[in-house]
Write a protein that binds this ligand. Sequence first.
Ligand code: GSH
Length: 207
Amino acid sequence: MPGRYVGGMRLFLSVTSPFARKVHIVLLEKALAFEADYRLGSDPEVVRLNPLAKIPALVREDGSALYDSSVIGQYLEALAPTPAVFPADPMARIEVLRWEALCDGLCDAVILAMLEGRRPAERQDPGTIAHHHGKVRRALQLVEADLGERAWAVGDAYTLADIAIAMAVGYVNLRAPALLEPHPALLQRYARLMERPTIAKTAPPPA
Ligand SMILES: N[C@@H](CCC(=O)N[C@@H](CS)C(=O)NCC(=O)O)C(=O)O
């Protein structure tokens, strides 16, 4: 509701949501002023702002809400272009968005496998878990192969693609660490990314 949060931006997030972590990192990188409001997606205030009942949701200065995390990231770049987390070149920008889609989809698959695993044992479908874990395995393989030894995912600068990679590897490490066992290079990359204060500050607490 416009006017409700006048005075600044408000980010609805949780401590474990990888999508919320991604936009939280962007807000910190750009040193933007915002209130962090920790809630579940099912919280009535979140549902009022986002009918999809998901976090992150960002309430803008005019009181209107934005979602999902990819849209929020692009909004923040438009709002505060420096320091940039997207390259200026349009094709390089598409490449950043591809990395983001890959990492977001990877996290979706981790979440869906986790939710299936939380159902009562007799109602769990191992095939469903294997289906989602297959997506995670293939995505992690692609991330590792595609990155190789390069310092950054796109071009020669830190971008939202690297933020998305940190978010995804950090989330697999939290929820399904066995899937990272074949990928020590990704864990090393995550440790390097965690040297950035914005990434360390937003790390989920241990499971
Ligand atoms: N595509 C969305 C995904 C957001 C999402 O799945 N958020 C989860 C938390 S990690 C959530 O709020 N789930 C609650 C629900 O789906 O009911 C984004 O990028 O923002």
